[in-house]
Design a protein around this ligand. Structure first.
Ligand SMILES: C[C@](O)(CO)[C@H](O)COP(=O)(O)OP(=O)(O)OC[C@H]1O[C@@H](n2ccc(N)nc2=O)[C@H](O)[C@@H]1O
Ligand SMILES: Nc1ncnc2c1ncn2[C@@H]1O[C@H](COP(=O)(O)OP(=O)(O)OP(=O)(O)O)[C@@H](O)[C@H]1O
Length: 304
């Protein structure tokens, strides 16, 4: 019997994020194209007679705001599995954070997805894939995609995930987390409503991004990148607009606010261009991480 399982889950970027006017339940209808990038959180689950949750974080991650009580999404994942299987789900769990917190990169969602898989395998719960995806959607709109990884279309409130073919080759990104604190996702959606009170309930279609991905055309993809939450995020945090301009003037094909922000991501022509841009931004005193994708969704890793 296994005593310890490590599951790794990636950050996401929305290559297209079309947001419609709010539904009756307050959520916004989305048409989004998710892509996973090689920036990860690990969830390590060990057998134990009692529940515990601890956290370790990379030097560039400010994890002060992450709760370790029942409100952590990892604890919610354990409760969801317990509810499904009708018995306690208990383990000693450690989150190892490499994904900036409250950054628009779905770090909490990655943890939720990784915890579902880790606890399922550690305790041999034999949860079906359908049930895993269903529970994931209850935990958060971005959580199902964290199980899938790759490139995928997201509809509904983002929880309905349809994988898209993975094109040849990698996309190369420079990821610049904010050093001035996170942005709250609900606050950015509320600001979107304020700035676009008459938004159509039908979100902007993702056609251009899907075509560029299908053609493997990075330049066309750069032109097609689209995020309806970018304007409200920049309105709340004008420094993000300045950062995008700096990156685009320093070699990026395109800069984009990631999801609800405040992380800014730059799409580059290749690995060399990404490393060069990261160097320029680091010299400017910023944290700049090179990541490529798409990568696998939540997956077991051995020997860690
Ligand atoms: C901005 C994105 O990251 C883009 O993928 C997601 O839409 C956010 O997904 P998430 O963080 O998993 O969001 P959830 O935990 O489901 O919802 C958090 C809050 O975000 C807002 N929310 C989220 C998703 C959505 N389609 N419409 C919304 O208005 C709601 O205020 C909701 O209460
Ligand atoms: N395991 C977790 N990791 C990070 N934050 C968590 C976790 N559990 C609960 N939280 C809470 O959720 C908030 C949002 O964190 P998260 O890192 O998921 O934001 P995000 O990347 O902006 O999310 P998204 O892109 O899905 O909107 C945090 O500020 C924290 O209070």
């Amino acid at each position: 019997m296994t005593d310890r399982i490590t599951v790794r889950a990636p950050a996401k970027i929305n290559l297209h994020l079309g947001v419609g006017g709010p539904r009756e339940d307050g959520f916004h209808p989305l048409e989004t194209v998710y892509t996973s990038i090689g920036l990860y959180d690990d969830v390590v689950a060990r057998r134990s007679d009692s529940w515990s949750l601890t956290l370790d974080a990379a030097s560039y991650v400010d994890a002060v705001g992450v709760p370790l009580d029942d409100s952590n999404v990892v604890a919610a994942a354990a409760r969801a599995l317990a509810g499904l299987h009708g018995h306690e789900v208990v383990a000693a769990v450690e989150i190892v954070k490499g994904i900036p917190v409250a950054g628009g990169l779905a770090g909490g969602s990655a943890d939720a997805a990784a915890a579902l898989v880790a606890l399922d395998r550690l305790l041999d719960l034999q949860t079906s894939d359908d049930d895993l995806v269903r529970i994931a959607a209850d935990l958060g709109s971005d959580v199902p995609f964290a199980l899938y990884g790759g490139h995928a279309l997201g509809t509904g409130r983002g929880e309905v995930v349809t994988p898209l073919p993975v094109s040849d080759g990698s996309l190369w990104w420079v990821v610049v987390p904010s050093t001035a604190g996170g942005l709250s996702t609900p606050a950015v959606y509320r600001h979107y409503d304020l700035l676009a009170p008459d938004a159509s309930p039908v979100p902007a279609p993702a056609t251009a991004v899907i075509e560029a991905l299908g053609a493997g055309d990075v330049a066309a993809l750069a032109t097609a990148l689209h995020n309806d939450l970018q304007s409200p995020a920049i309105d709340l945090r004008p420094d993000l607009g300045e950062l995008i301009a700096l990156g685009e003037a320093s070699g990026a094909l395109r800069g984009l606010v990631s999801g609800s922000g405040p992380t800014v991501v730059f799409l580059c022509a290749g690995a060399d261009e990404a490393r060069a841009l990261a160097g320029v931004l680091q010299e400017d005193g910023r944290t700049a991480l090179v990541a490529n994708g798409p990568v696998a969704g939540a997956h077991l890793v051995n020997g860690l």
